[in-house]
Write a protein that binds this ligand. Sequence first.
Ligand code: ADE
Ligand code: ZN
Length: 325
Amino acid sequence: KVTKEFTANLPKAELHLHIEGTLEPELKLKLAKRNHVDIGQTTIKEVQKTYEYDDLASFLAVYYPAMEVLQKEEDFYELAFEYLQRAAANNVRHVEIFFDPQAHTSRGVAFETVINGLYRAVVDARALNVDAALIMCFLRDFSKESARKTLLEALPYKDKFIGIGLDSDEHNNPPLKFARQFEDAAAEGLHLTAHCDIDQKDSIEHIRQALEIMGVERLDHGTNIVEDIDLVQFAAKNKIGLTSCPLSNGYVSPEMKGKEVLELLRQDVKVSIHSDDPAYFGGNIGDNYYAIAERYNLTKDQVVKLARNSFETSWISEEKKALYI
Ligand code: ADE
Ligand code: ZN
């Protein structure tokens, strides 16, 4: 039987983790005080009381305003380094961290402040035996012009991140809106991934655009793909990674989507388990593995396969990959 200890100790790669979603109430309050930002709460209990959401939009409405406490390079460093210490304790050997520059530049924080702080933590994580890298996400509810501006701002720092992604509110914001930005990022040698959140209005069409037109290597969430046999076959054949987040799913839907994950394993699709926004969805990556294993009676072999998929679809070097799969 799969135990909590087993899932905690399992060596894993974290591929779906928003650094802004690791902002724990303690650090939120500490930074609010240090930066003189009034967030409207002064105790951990009060902060936790604001964590009320049952869909993507209501979650994002709590998520973005909290970022106001992140102001200086040191704040971004502390946010990332504290997360990386927790990841090391959870036996995360490799992590590809999403960050949302527009959530910061849109409120006057410079791009370089964000990336320099985060990247310094990535470098310092080597001492923790965690191999870390950054993925820059575009906010899909912002314009494509804003994404273009962000990409141009980011390119001078191209040695500090390995790929681009697409997140935030998917409703009426299809992947194709950013086709040119993805094309240009790929030409710069960057890896590509995109959120296709669960149960969206146009889930299958969005997955199709991301896979067939934009050539993404992974889909974040993306489990609605099970509704379309052709896309499932395409994903299996091309070893597309699907990064599912059970606890996050449980917040925005009645289901953790375990049946879909099991079906994808059966169809030989490279699905894996991740934590999304652990400070907001009540658990780290080990807890996410445990939650799905317990709820859907996964075997140890299935859990190990999910972890192996996480290394296999990661963007680490082939030599490092060979250590884990
Ligand atoms: N930003 C942080 N978490 C997200 C999620 N699950 N979907 C879309 N945008 C996000
Ligand atoms: Zn996400």
